[in-house]
Write a protein that binds this ligand. Structure first.
Ligand code: ADP
Ligand code: MG
Length: 406
């Protein structure tokens, strides 16, 4: 039985990064009360690292001797994983480093990846506490899947790598404004949405995208809880075929293929690390003719998703899997009423927003996109974190990272 096999071949050395300030400030308590015992009983050896400040995890991961660790696990919100992923890609050995299996335990107020992992396992919606226990079990099972990363180019600064979402307009504003309601936990987005609805506005800009070809997403039609494709090509079994059974789950199946070093090309790659972007011209250059330019320039929101959940209770991209190689682009055109927008967000709780037949909502599966906001000020978020406002473009790198999905 596949589950049993993977339980036997779990990792031996895990770095568990806990952010004591995330969410309602309870991550450490949650670790002590639930996770420590669960991992110990499952025989998962782990070293607890308590983050002390912003960017602590990023610096730590940038300098760490990764040969010491079979997995890096984050117990916080999505923000801490964003740091870890970007720390890995800033390393000179990023091509190896980014293959380190990453795990997530919900400890923050924005636990979208944890909710996505839970969803990919086929389980249904649960409360925050149940989500933690579920993710703890999945972690103990230790199945590793590929995870798409999206490189984000801004007009200033180096590239960023994103695992979850990019947002502009309504969703980005709610995400940031709702930081002040973090004491209510995951409900902060609901509160934020209601507050923002009262001051609904239009965001002007130019949006263009490169559509995904049909075979990019052949797997993701149909039911909303497809299993992610696992590294060894089998979702249900990690039975070792080689000679090192104990490490099969975390290393052999994932680190063996494709371990070439990618050469840097100066014209397309401003950042130190990460694969070059092959689909994006420089941000100030015109787009190729196979891109689709959205004719409207008045929006209520733009949301690019590459995992299923935008928040614990927002199933924004029901068909997304962790490695479909697709950016699920949503935008809502201006002209939508407050009532219709609220209806969309309520339907999103179960992933039913696309079925509401809202004429203002558009969904496209894309491989790259470019957004040029017209207004000089505003908010753009990447994985829920604010980035410099201005023109931005993005390209998906299929299965670049590794994610423990159970
Ligand atoms: P939440 O979902 O609650 O926002 P995050 O994981 O997104 O949780 O964490 C928010 C931010 O907290 C991250 O950007 C991280 O850099 C920062 N952080 C990590 N450790 C600490 C700490 N000890 N004190 C303050 N901030 C921290
Ligand atoms: Mg956060």
């Amino acid at each position: 039985n596949g589950v049993l096999m993977s339980t036997l071949s779990r990792p031996s050395r895990m770095m568990l990064l806990v952010n004591p300030q995330s969410g309602q400030g309870q991550a450490l308590t949650l670790y002590n009360n639930h996770i420590q015992r669960m991992l110990n009983e499952a025989g998962v050896t782990h070293t607890l690292v308590i983050t002390e400040r912003q960017n602590h995890a990023r610096e730590l991961v940038k300098e760490a001797d990764l040969s010491q660790w079979d997995a890096l696990v984050i117990m916080s919100g999505d923000g801490l994983l964003f740091e870890v992923i970007n720390g890995l890609l800033e390393r000179p050995d990023w091509a190896e480093a980014v293959r380190t299996p990453l795990g997530i335990l919900p400890g923050g107020s924005g636990n979208a990846l944890a909710a996505s992992v839970h969803h990919y396992s086929g389980a249904s919606l649960v409360s925050t506490e149940e989500l933690l226990v579920s993710c703890g079990f999945l972690l103990c099972q230790g199945l590793v899947a590929h995870m798409d990363l999206v490189s984000i180019q801004l007009s200033s600064g180096p590239r960023l790598f994103s695992f979850l979402s990019m947002a502009w307009g309504f969703v980005a504003d709610v995400d940031i404004e709702s930081e002040k309601y973090r004491h209510v936990g995951a409900a902060r987005f609901t509160v934020g949405t209601l507050v923002r609805l009262a001051s609904l506005r239009v965001y002007k800009g130019k949006l263009a995208y490169l559509p995904a070809s049909e075979d990019d997403h052949s797997e993701d039609e149909g039911s909303g809880n497809n299993m992610a494709r696992h590294c060894n090509g089998q979702a249900s079994s990690v039975a070792p075929s080689g000679d090192s059974p104990r490490q099969n789950t975390f290393h052999n199946s994932c680190h063996s293929n494709n371990s070439h070093k990618v050469r840097r090309t100066e014209s397309t790659c401003k950042a130190l690390g990460g694969p070059p972007d092959s689909l994006l011209p420089p941000l100030d250059q015109p787009l190729p003719s196979d891109w689709v330019v959205v004719t409207e320039e008045d929006f209520v929101l733009m949301l690019a998703m590459y995992q299923s959940h935008l928040a614990e209770d927002l199933l924004a991209a029901p068909h997304a899997t962790s490695d479909d190689g697709v950016i699920h682009l949503f935008y809502v055109r201006a002209g939508i009423s407050r009532a219709a927008l609220l209806k969309l967000f309520l339907a999103m709780e179960k992933g039913a927003h696309l079925a509401t037949n809202c004429q203002h909502l558009v969904h496209a599966k894309v491989r790259a996109l470019r957004l040029e906001p017209h207004s000089p000020k505003g908010i753009i978020t990447v994985d829920g974190e604010v980035v410099d406002y201005g023109p931005v473009q993005a390209e998906v790198h299929r299965g670049l990272a590794r994610l423990i999905t159970g």
